[in-house]
Each structure stands twice: as structure tokens, then as C-alpha cells.
Write a protein that binds this ligand. Structure first.
Ligand code: FES
Ligand code: CO
Length: 335
């Protein structure tokens, strides 16, 4: 199962704004998870009360504790049951009365959950917090495909001129120049790839734009677009949560260092259009699991980045298009 191998990765489950007073049910790798917020921050448990298996997400947060809707057992944020109303007060609460706790963090306006015992390092996205940059969240987009197919589509340069013609590309400028892909500081990174863009961010600025792509981990990637002679930077960070065997949700963070006072909505609407242009193609791809054997499918020089992505997944010990996340193997690749 592909998703089991992503156990130690961080998955974006919802926006921070969606998680206020009430607990919320989310899904990660086929697991039903409840996330909730108290004064100490955000927390994630398996969405299952050990008493009778009710979803804890049906409950409430009271005085910082998650209270089950069925018989009102209370769990503190360490997962310890601190109150069982039906239990006479002289009887101790059984030690077994615990929730299964997962790692949970709030970062970049998103809530991230990690199911693993050895969480992979958290991604860094400095632009998301830097002064002079503005980030908006797009999505979640729902896709009936596996995470690596989605990430690979995001990394694919030579489709821009066709799937996104008139916006991110022009079929009369379809050639992709040779570019480098290196492994730097634990991530894949390309050199600048010039692409002719009729309308690079939805606001009709035609011309050549340089893309620099980075793959931060198997399910998070980004690119930054710049134009020669301009200080303007436009970055998209894509983070995929594999909900179950076939479905994903995708968040995209759009960050710009220009027109900071301009309305965000046009950027968001443009991104929605772009995303839905890709959707049919990505959902149509067979096999569903990304083939890591480079004898399968065909590869051109212009596919150098997606070839490198497949190789990296393979080096991480992948079998049959699955994704084991192994920190040791990841760090071995350091240059
Ligand atoms: Fe949760 Fe009984 S099922 S308290
Ligand atoms: Co696309």
C-alpha cells in the first residue's frame, strides 16, 4: 500500500482557520483522525474513543480537554483519560483509557498531522513567514489519484504549453531548454528553466519567466518564478495529503513579494482554473502508482526533473511505486 509508506511524513489536513472551537475529523493515509485546538495549541488523535469506538470528533473541547459525545469521557492533550463520569469517584481511571496521539503542528496557516513514530523533518518555507511576502492558501483540491502522480504533474515543465496554453505556456514556444537537477540540502533543485508565459499569474504579463523547481520531500514541492531584470518573485508550494488508497487533497500556497495590497481573489481564481485544467489528465494516468522503473513509460531530456523525482523515490527504497519515508536514506543523498 503506497500510503503506508508515507507514515512518517507531515500531511496538511485543513487550514488553521477551519480549526477553531470544535474538533474536526480529517483523514490521513486511510486513518480517521481528529484534530482539535486548546490553549496550548493543536493536537491530533486517532478519531476513536477507546470506550465504545465512537468518533471523538463528534465531541467537544471543554476546558482544554476533548470530551467524547457518547459517554463524556474526557481526554487531555496527552491522550490520557482524566474523567469517566460513570465511574464512582473512588475508583481509579484504568490506565488503558487513552487516546492514540499523533503529532500535530500549525504552520503556514495549515494544520499538519504526522502519524509516524519518527517524524520526518518539517519542511522549511521561509517566504511563507518573511516580511515583504504575502501568502494565500488555495485548495484543498480533491483529486482521485495518488500523491506522486500529483507531485509529478506539478513538476512537469513540458505540459505548460498545452494544458495551460494561453496562461502558463504557448504551443509555439514548446521547446524546453536543457536544465540541471541537483540534490542540495536534502532536496532536489533545478537550475532556471525559461518558459514563455502569456499570463504568468493571471494578470496578463506576457514574456519569459524563469522557473526554479524544488522537491522538498515526496509529497511537497515548490517552484519560484522570476523574470530577468525584476525583483518580483512568485512561489507556489504544493503539499499533498494522501487521504486513502486513491484519493488526495492538495493545498497550494501562493506567495508573492509584489502588489501586496492587491486583492487575493484573482490569484486564487487563476490557480483554481490552472488546477482544474490538470485534473482530468492526472486522474486519467495509468498505472495509478507512479512507475519508478525507468524502463516504463518514456523519458526525454526535458523530463529531467520528473526522472530525478522518480529516482529519488526509488532510492528511498520504494517498491512498485510505493513510498517509504526513510530519514537515513534521505540524508545519505547529501551532496
Ligand atoms: Fe466515548 Fe463511551 S464511546 S465515552
Ligand atoms: Co499543470
Amino acid at each position: 500500500m503506497q500510503q503506508d509508506k508515507l507514515w512518517n511524513e507531515w500531511h496538511p489536513v485543513c487550514t488553521a482557520e477551519e480549526l477553531l472551537d470544535d474538533p474536526k475529523q480529517v483523514h490521513v493515509l486511510g486513518e480517521r483522525v481528529v484534530v482539535f485546538r486548546n490553549e496550548k495549541g493543536v493536537h491530533a488523535f486517532k478519531d476513536l474513543c477507546i470506550h465504545r469506538g465512537a468518533a471523538l470528533s463528534l465531541g467537544k473541547v471543554v476546558d482544554g480537554k476533548l470530551v467524547c459525545a457518547y459517554h463524556a469521557w474526557e481526554y487531555n492533550d496527552h491522550g490520557t483519560c482524566t474523567k469517566i463520569p460513570a465511574l464512582p469517584c473512588e475508583r481509579p481511571i484504568p490506565k488503558k483509557a487513552r487516546a492514540t496521539v499523533y503529532h500535530c503542528e500549525e504552520y503556514l496557516g495549515l494544520i499538519w498531522v504526522n502519524l509516524g513514530d519518527e517524524p520526518a523533518p518539517f519542511i522549511k518555507y521561509p517566504e511563507g513567514e518573511q516580511e515583504g511576502y504575502r501568502t494565500i492558501i488555495c485548495g484543498p483540491y480533491h483529486v482521485n489519484a495518488n500523491a506522486p502522480r500529483i507531485i509529478e504533474n506539478f513538476l512537469d515543465v513540458s505540459h505548460l504549453m498545452f494544458v495551460h496554453e494561453g496562461m502558463l505556456g504557448d504551443s509555439d514556444h514548446a521547446e524546453v531548454v536543457d536544465y540541471d537537477v541537483d540534490f542540495i540540502d536534502g532536496r532536489l533543485m533545478t537550475s532556471k528553466i525559461p518558459v514563455y508565459q502569456p499570463n504568468s499569474d493571471g494578470r496578463s504579463k506576457g514574456g519569459y519567466t524563469d522557473y526554479v523547481y524544488e522537491v522538498l520531500n515526496p509529497i511537497v514541492a515548490r517552484f519560484t518564478k522570476t523574470t530577468e531584470g525584476s525583483d518580483e518573485e512568485f512561489t507556489i508550494l504544493t503539499a499533498v495529503n494522501q487521504l486513502d488508497h486513491e484519493k488526495c487533497q492538495v493545498f497550494m500556497l501562493l506567495t508573492r513579494n509584489y502588489d501586496l495590497d492587491a486583492p487575493d481573489q484573482p490569484f486564487r481564481e487563476f490557480q483554481d482554473v490552472i488546477f482544474y485544467q490538470d485534473l482530468d489528465v492526472v486522474e486519467s494516468q495509468k498505472p495509478e502508482l507512479l512507475p519508478l522503473d525507468l524502463q516504463m513509460e518514456m523519458h526525454l531530456k526535458s523530463d529531467a526533473l520528473t526522472i530525478a523525482y522518480r529516482r529519488w523515490l526509488d532510492e528511498l527504497g520504494v517498491e512498485n511505486g510505493t513510498l517509504p519515508i526513510d530519514r537515513e536514506k534521505r540524508s545519505k543523498r547529501k551532496k
